[in-house]
Ligand binder design. Structure first.
Ligand code: PEP
Length: 249
């Protein structure tokens, strides 16, 4: 069976109740390819998860942007995977580069989070990607392999994992990877999965691209054989997000 295209919208730390309602109305009124062609996941800030879930069309899903590394307790400011389950939130984004760089989340910590969320039944979009400095020193694949290995060492079932290749130099910069650059890394990452996990996992795991995807560049990226969808930041707050969803067909 082929890999179903997946488009995630990461709203990051943006939005008011009014803006959330407006974006959700736009999404709800849109005609997009059916759910068996494209899986759409909307990731608002924690405080809007319930509101978005209550208003959003039923063929789109909701993701949190992070969760704690184990069960709840004395961890001020954190949200546990159990709480996401309790709210009926099926997905979580983990290891986003903003959390890795601004909040010092290590590969091991991200790997532990991925394993814990999966163990609670929350599906994971796990982000990996290199900085500009790392790309320029030709260590892109090495960096991504180390990040992915920290996840692979901690999980045994990849069914509920999507990998998001998000080059840090492309996130929020307007500097998108070319389709050739994206395909090259996605293909290498799939090969890494084949060699280090299993051919089956390599074949079935979706690898989505993130980094300045917009309504104009999505089609060419989506045409690449190893690009199985997108994680979208800035453009997910705009009507062009619908064009990105439609690039699945
Ligand atoms: C992201 O935050 O995951 C992202 C890819 O952001 P942007 O699309 O704005 O580059």
């Amino acid at each position: 069976m082929g890999r179903k295209f997946l488009v995630g919208g990461n709203w990051k730390c943006n939005g008011t109740i009014e803006e959330v309602k407006k974006i959700v109305t736009t999404l709800n009124e849109a005609e997009v390819p059916p759910e068996d062609v494209v899986e759409v996941i909307i990731s608002p800030p924690f405080v809007f998860l319930t509101l978005v879930k209550s208003l959003l069309r039923l063929d789109f899903y909701v993701a949190a942007q992070n969760c704690w590394v184990r069960n709840g307790g004395a961890f001020t400011g954190e949200i546990s995977a159990e709480m996401l389950v309790n709210l009926g939130i099926p997905w979580v984004i983990l290891g986003h580069s903003e959390r890795r760089s601004l909040l010092n989340e290590t590969n091991e910590f991200v790997g532990d989070k991925v394993a814990y969320a999966l163990s609670r039944g929350v599906k994971v979009i796990a982000c990996v990607g290199e900085t500009l400095e790392q790309r320029e020193s030709d260590s892109t694949m090495e960096v991504i392999a180390v990040q992915t290995k920290a996840i692979a060492e901690r999980i045994s079932n990849w069914d509920n994992v999507v990998l998001a290749y998000e080059p840090v130099w492309a996130i929020g910069t307007g500097k998108v990877a070319t389709p050739i650059q994206a395909q090259e890394i996605h293909c290498e990452l799939r090969k890494w999965l084949k060699d280090n996990v299993s051919p089956e996992v390599a074949e079935s795991t979706r690898i989505i691209y993130g980094g300045s995807v917009n309504g104009s560049n999505c089609k060419d990226l989506a045409a690449q054989p190893d690009v199985d969808g997108f994680l979208v930041g800035g453009a997910s707050l705009k009507p062009e997000f619908l064009d990105i969803i439609k690039s699945a067909t």
